[in-house]
Ligand binder design. Structure first.
Ligand code: C2O
Ligand code: CU
Ligand code: CU
Length: 550
């Protein structure tokens, strides 16, 4: 692979990932071996420089549901514009955000199973972007590969490909084989499909109903782009799920949890080496483990409060934080813990509900849970707290029980009967992957099997239809995500999976020193997909690999 020198630094030099790759090998399944190479850096939390509101004073916003521009031919067609806006996240403080259609979170897409969705994204931001539907069962051309960039107006950083880039997607057939060039890293990717200003993404919506999310996935700059606001929710529904009688309507709440920090001028603070996010990727040394903020936002509001009926609620929780993990507990004012009944995972409903006293949620995971406020005194409060946080990052949000109400909802004992039941004996391959820091030269990268991401290198090639077992090991917290497919967790550290692991997943949280085995069938479309750590900083610093379906 050829790298061009831009601004004196290539991506590899920047990350300190020099020549001697291959020093690190998969360490097998020994936890001791994993713990023997702890990452050299921990992570610092950013401190906000503006006054922060008291917790549970700001009302919980519910992101608007986007209206299709047309619904003809059985397809729901949407248009979204990516643009910078000034808005208030903290009361009285104006912040510049990068948004989908002017809001953070972006508008929610509501899809019906079996009805394809197309979304035309227009890029009015000052940098290239690319949209990925996380958890989507999506053809490769719409999956948002990190070099499939949509260039903004006047972008001059891409000497090689800008002249070739067409405007819009209407002549996709002409664009295959077009030269793509990641301007920032100088990384040449001949398979990239680069467009100018617009790109249309098509999602078949042929998958189990669930809560997905969409976010930016630009090579080397995903973490700061999401941090600035490029994230939104996308929910797939069907009649079967709706006939179950689960809490619905106002009693179904999508909750996107993120942490952020605010600079003195009110803008989001982020320790980017290049705050324009135009050329030089990476973060300041002490943040290479991940960027953490001191403000917890739910649906873009700081420590919000939501008025509820004394009834059951369905909480569709998404951790869209770059690096922060949460262990969520629901605690009443008199110190009682309420159960959180898990009904779904990343990829849809569980077979049967699982009663949890806490929900551990790593970046990009989703937990679908029911909480029951029935019998709570009117005026009382239930706080959702993060037991992994401290000080103000322990608080997340609160529910205030506002009124008595009737409740016709139920949690059926059988939620779904369509969960895949792949068995180890079905697997045609077993692969090992080590997610570990690599200290090389003067810096650090986050590597999979000792290698940083390279668009040119097919790391895994698998045949459509094959079942495989993947054994993942981690030196630090690494939420591992596969594009395209859902998987099931076979074992954790050689034992049965944990109670919250039972569903169909697309992201599995590995804690330091953990080993997890997952099983999946690679179904869908041929082409180039990804798997990576969803700590967004780790992802940008190399912890990503190609999954080629043939
Ligand atoms: Cu949300 Cu490639 O991921
Ligand atoms: Cu994804
Ligand atoms: Cu990681």
């Amino acid at each position: 692979m050829r790298e061009r020198d831009r601004g004196g630094l290539t991506r590899r030099q920047l990350l300190g990932i020099g020549g001697s790759l291959g020093l690190m090998t998969a360490a097998g399944f020994s936890t001791a071996a994993v713990l023997g190479t702890r990452p050299a850096s921990t992570s610092a939390q950013l401190i906000s420089r503006v006054p922060l509101p008291s917790p549970y004073t700001v009302p919980l916003p519910i992101p608007a549901v986007l209206k299709p521009v047309s619904t003809t031919g059985g397809v729901d067609r949407y248009e979204l514009t990516q643009r910078e806006v000034r808005t208030q996240i903290l009361p009285g403080v104006s912040s510049r955000l990068w948004t989908y259609d002017g809001t953070f979170p972006g508008p929610t897409i509501e899809a019906r199973r079996g009805r394809p969705v197309t979304i035309e994204h227009s890029n009015e931001l000052p940098v290239p972007t690319v949209v990925h539907l996380h958890g989507g069962h999506t053809p490769a051309s719409s999956d948002g590969y990190p070099t499939d960039l949509v260039l903004p107006h006047g972008w001059s950083g891409v000497a090689g490909s800008e002249a070739n880039a067409s405007s819009g997607m209407h002549d996709m057939s002409d664009m295959h084989g077009m030269t793509g060039m990641d301007a920032m890293s100088g990384m040449h990717d001949p398979r990239a499909v680069v467009t100018r200003l617009h790109r249309e993404y098509t999602y078949p919506s042929q998958q189990r109903p669930t809560q997905l999310w969409y976010h930016d996935h630009r090579m080397d700059f995903t973490a700061p782009a999401i941090w600035r606001g490029l994230a939104g929710m996308h929910i797939i529904r069907d009649d079967d799920e709706q006939s179950l009688g689960l809490p619905a309507g106002d009693r179904e709440l999508p909750l996107m949890i993120t942490d952020r920090a605010f600079a003195a001028d009110g803008d989001l603070a982020y320790p980017a080496l290049d705050p324009t996010l135009k050329s030089r990727p990476g973060v300041e040394e002490r943040y290479v483990g991940g960027v953490f903020g001191d403000v917890i936002l739910v649906n873009g509001a700081p420590w919000p409060v939501h008025e509820v009926d004394a009834a059951r609620y369905r909480l569709r929780i998404l951790n869209a934080s770059n690096a922060r993990q949460y262990n969520l507990e629901a605690i009443t004012d008199d110190g009682r813990k309420l159960n959180l009944v898990q009904i779904g995972a990343d990829q849809g409903l569980l077979a049967t509900p699982v009663t949890l006293s806490a929900v551990p949620i790593a970046p990009a995971e989703r937990y679908d849970v029911v909480i029951d406020f029935t019998g709570m005194p009117i005026g009382s409060r239930v706080r959702l707290v993060n037991t992994l946080g401290s000080g103000r990052t322990r608080d997340v949000m609160a529910f205030r029980v506002a009124r008595a109400a009737t409740d016709g909802s139920r949690i059926p004992h059988t939620l779904a009967t369509d969960l895949p039941t792949w068995r180890r004996s079905d697997a045609s391959a077993v692969r090992d992957f080590a997610f570990r820091a690599g200290r090389m030269g003067s810096g650090q990268g986050w590597l999979i099997d000792g290698k940083p991401f390279d668009p040119d290198r097919p790391d895994v090639t698998t045949a459509l239809g094959d079942v495989e077992v993947w054994r993942l090991i981690a030196d630090a917290d690494h939420p591992v995500h596969l594009h395209l497919v859902g998987f099931r967790i076979l074992t954790r550290n050689g034992h049965e999976p944990l109670p919250h692991d039972t569903g169909l997943k697309d992201t599995v949280s590995l804690r330091p020193g953990e080993a997890v085995e997952i099983i999946t069938r690679f179904e869908g479309w041929s082409g180039r997909y990804l798997f990576h750590c969803h700590n967004a900083e780790h992802e940008d610093m190399g912890m990503m690999a190609n999954l080629e379906l043939a």
